[in-house]
Design a protein around this ligand. Structure first.
Ligand code: 173
Length: 322
């Protein structure tokens, strides 16, 4: 066989093996959203996935499985922990059943970018690995306060006699304000409002419209409090099974998503305007009452974390506070 024959054989062999080699190198990760699919977080995340898939051919692909119809909101954390799914877009309040520390991310006063520099990101990853069998990839929502929304007018921060929809985000705070609370996934809030089962709810400044809650909401209480957090998390075993190149690629893309968080600043201003246009009135307290309201939120928030997470709570507080 002369060299010309050898080279054409080699070309044929390479051509035959190329797809097999490529597929051996490419991993497909299954991602779920803990938020209903109509919520804008999902559109932003599926746009990000499209970008990951475009640039990640032969390396890494993400397959979007769906929202709470695939995995119920409060079960998403355990699904990631056990590897039922590989990845999730969710918030810590939805997986306090995996570890109470998850809900501390709402108390961050330092930005996600700062958390990567000051050791908070590393501490979060240590805890998430140890207690949740998870990798914490990136925070994709910040610069966003939570608010109390009510259908009965209140003159002061006292929720006695009111039944308020919560998640773990708001539990300690609203209970400290004497509310009767009811833990509910976002997907069930509209019906609860419609039936008058609840007199109000906690939720960020944005995305009411995505769930049509503006139809059933009279007042937003100002000021807002905390720092709404939504993040990408991943199963640790799946992470370890990937190649270094795949881990690097996913980390880089996740960090690029996080780097877009300034987006929320303008978006939230627009959302507040849109609420006013939809007829949602604001209830505002005087300056001293507002200060005390926000301070109480922070105090009871950290007290709750430190009580349920005595080992890591104080360390998280140190690194996430200003
Ligand atoms: O469902 C919620 O009110 C909640 O806990 C939350 C957390 C982060 C972003 C949006 C909602």
């Amino acid at each position: 066989m002369n060299s010309r024959h050898w080279s054409s054989a080699a070309v044929c062999l390479a051509a035959a093996l190329a797809p097999a080699l490529a597929s051996a190198q490419e991993v497909t990760l299954r991602l779920v959203s803990a938020f209903p699919e109509s919520v804008f977080y999902v559109k932003r995340t599926t746009d990000w996935i499209a970008d990951v898939n475009k640039d990640g051919k032969g390396v890494l692909q993400i397959s979007f499985i769906g929202g709470p119809k695939a995995i119920p909101t409060f079960e998403v954390g355990n699904a990631v922990k056990t590897g039922v799914v590989d990845m999730a877009m969710t918030t810590g309040a939805y997986y306090t059943n995996v570890m109470p520390e998850a809900d501390a991310l709402k108390l961050a006063e330092v930005t996600a970018a700062e958390q990567r520099k000051n050791g908070a990101f590393d501490l979060i990853n240590k805890i998430w690995q140890e207690k949740g069998n998870m990798v914490y990839l990136a925070r994709v929502v910040e610069f966003t306060p939570f608010h109390l929304y009510v259908n009965k007018k209140i003159a002061k921060p006292d929720l006695a006699g009111l039944k308020i929809r919560i998640t773990p985000v708001y539990r300690d705070f609203f209970q400290a304000l004497n509310a009767q609370v009811m833990n509910t996934a976002p997907g069930e809030v509209y019906t609860a409002l419609e039936r008058g089962v609840i007199d109000g709810y906690g939720w960020p400044i944005h995305l009411l419209f995505d769930l049509n809650w503006q139809e059933k909401t009279k007042y937003r209480v100002d000021p807002g409090f905390y720092n709404a957090e939504v993040s990408l998390i991943m199963n640790l075993d799946k992470w370890k099974a990937m190649t270094q190149a795949q881990r690097d690629y996913l980390s880089r893309k996740a960090q690029a998503y996080e780097a877009q968080n300034d987006f929320w600043k303008q978006y939230n201003q627009n959302e507040a305007k849109r609420q006013a246009q939809a007829g949602i009135e604001t209830i505002a307290f005087d300056a001293a009452t507002s200060r005390a309201y926000v301070q109480k939120a922070n105090e009871v928030g950290w007290a709750g974390i430190i009580k349920t997470a005595p080992q890591y709570g104080p360390e998280l507080k140190k690194l996430l506070s200003r």
